[in-house]
Write a protein that binds this ligand. Structure first.
Ligand code: MG
Length: 452
């Protein structure tokens, strides 16, 4: 009997060990372009840690953020839904310090779903999903939060010259943004030079302290969004000015996080995903990044505005390689919930799909349309290699969109820079895309606008 009980206990322990739900970490850069990492072809910015992560993991060539700017992109990542469904998009483009709206409490975030499954949840970095009750990190499923309520160029102090955020050497005391811990002010204005380092220290501390329960760490970095700052160890070190310095420090941060997982023996049971909220802010000149061979950048529905680096890492579980499958940030919620054994929110329309078959079995994903929104307007749609533009507008500086009737059509394989409109030669492709758009729009229920 005694032997049997011991055997049973051993069996239970073994089962528990095998069934330990994986940890999840999302590393989210701000305004990092498709062409800004070594593993995505940058000749001027050194990113050895991200290059190693890509070499050990799965690197996506066709990974998309769900929006062309910050707030809607983050809302989509955390909910797995197009921003138009939550109302987190519109004419003002993002939330500002005086905005009254925010991520509605009715939205189910990845943090809420994982917390319900017993996960410890932490947000470190920029939030930008609302500062009012109901929308803040602790209201949206995070046990703890450390970071900025919105972008680091908001809340400029009196006398700050226009355009100061885009300077190569911006004033350190130019902005009044506060550093918050669990909603309480820790430092105001925050010393932005220290941010990447402090986020990293928090992340490592959280990882090392989270051995009892599975954890979800959402780490949306402040940089390389302008104004750009870097620690003394990184300032002036890259070939790409302060932008490159900030990205190289971000790369260091990724290395520290992955090292902590390795040291704690957690690497094989932690999914880490690295991506960016939107393309590079090109109007910032030297202080904006690069979308590589892709057209335009942040703010636009050309490829450079929404196609971003995407790297999945889970040693021993994810086979190293490069994938051309089309995927995006809205897929992370269904993927992570599946991994955690958590059900997806009931009665909620999701726009993402579970990437597990691709990540863990190298299986192709089903073909599906990808919708490119600018604010609450659908501008373009991609199916397979084909992308149709119904409207186009440069990210910043073009007051009104160009409307295309018939739509412009580009083959993203033969024409990744979207230079040649081949609509007249492929009417059947345009028709297929139009039908997909109609099906999408016929069933779409927009949320109450939040960005007022
Ligand atoms: Mg951004």
């Amino acid at each position: 009997m005694k032997v049997f009980v011991s055997f049973l206990a051993l069996l239970l322990t073994t089962t528990q060990v095998q069934a330990a739900p994986p940890n999840i970490i999302i590393l989210f850069a701000d305004d990092l372009g498709y062409g800004d990492l070594g593993c995505y072809g940058s000749p001027v910015i050194r990113t050895p840690n991200l290059d190693r992560m890509a070499a050990e993991g799965l690197r996506f060539t066709d990974f998309y953020s769900a929006a062309e700017v910050c707030t809607p992109s983050r809302a989509a990542l955390l909910t797995g839904r197009l921003p138009i469904r939550s109302g987190m998009c519109g004419d003002r483009r993002v939330l500002f310090a005086d905005s009254e709206g925010g991520l509605p409490p009715s939205e189910v975030t990845m943090a809420e779903a994982l917390k319900a499954k017993g996960y410890a949840t932490m947000h470190i970095g920029k939030w930008h999903l609302g500062i009012h009750e109901g929308s803040r990190p602790l209201d949206q499923g995070f046990d703890h939060s450390f970071g900025l309520p919105y972008s680091n160029d908001m809340d400029g102090r009196p006398g700050l010259p226009k355009g100061a955020s885009g300077l190569a050497d911006p004033p350190q005391d130019g902005w009044n943004v506060a550093l918050l811990r669990d909603g309480n002010v820790v430092e105001q204005p925050v010393n932005q030079v220290t941010l990447t380092r402090r986020y990293t220290e928090e992340a490592v501390k959280f990882i090392r302290g989270s051995k009892e329960r599975p954890f979800f760490l959402y780490l949306p970095h402040t940089f390389p969004h302008v104004p750009l700052f870097a620690s003394p160890d990184f300032k002036g070190r890259s070939r790409a000015g302060i932008y490159g310095d900030a990205v190289e420090e971000l790369d260091w941060s990724v290395g520290r996080v992955l090292d902590a997982l390795r040291q704690e023996g957690l690497a094989e049971n932690t999914l880490v995903f690295f991506t960016s909220d939107n393309g590079p802010w090109l109007i910032m000149g030297d202080q904006g990044g690069s979308a590589g061979l892709l057209k335009d950048g942040k703010g636009s529905t050309w490829e450079g505005g929404m196609r971003v680096p995407g790297i999945a890492w889970m040693p021993g579980r994810i086979k190293p390689g490069v994938t051309r499958e089309l995927a995006g940030t809205m897929d992370l919620l269904p993927t992570c919930l599946a991994l955690a054994g958590a059900g997806v929110p009931e009665k909620t329309v999701l726009d993402g799909i579970d990437l597990s078959p691709l990540l863990f079995q190298s299986k192709p994903l089903p073909e599906r349309p990808y919708f490119y929104y600018r604010g609450d307007q659908l501008f373009a749609c991609r199916i397979g290699e084909w992308k149709a533009h119904f409207k186009t507008q440069t990210g910043y500086g073009q007051p009104r969109a160009d409307v295309h009737e018939p739509a412009q059509l580009h083959h993203l394989g033969r024409d990744p820079s979207e230079k040649r409109n081949v609509a007249s030669a492929h009417p059947e492709v345009l028709e297929k895309i139009r039908e997909a758009v109609k099906r999408h729009q016929d069933h779409l229920v927009p949320g109450a606008p939040q960005l007022k």
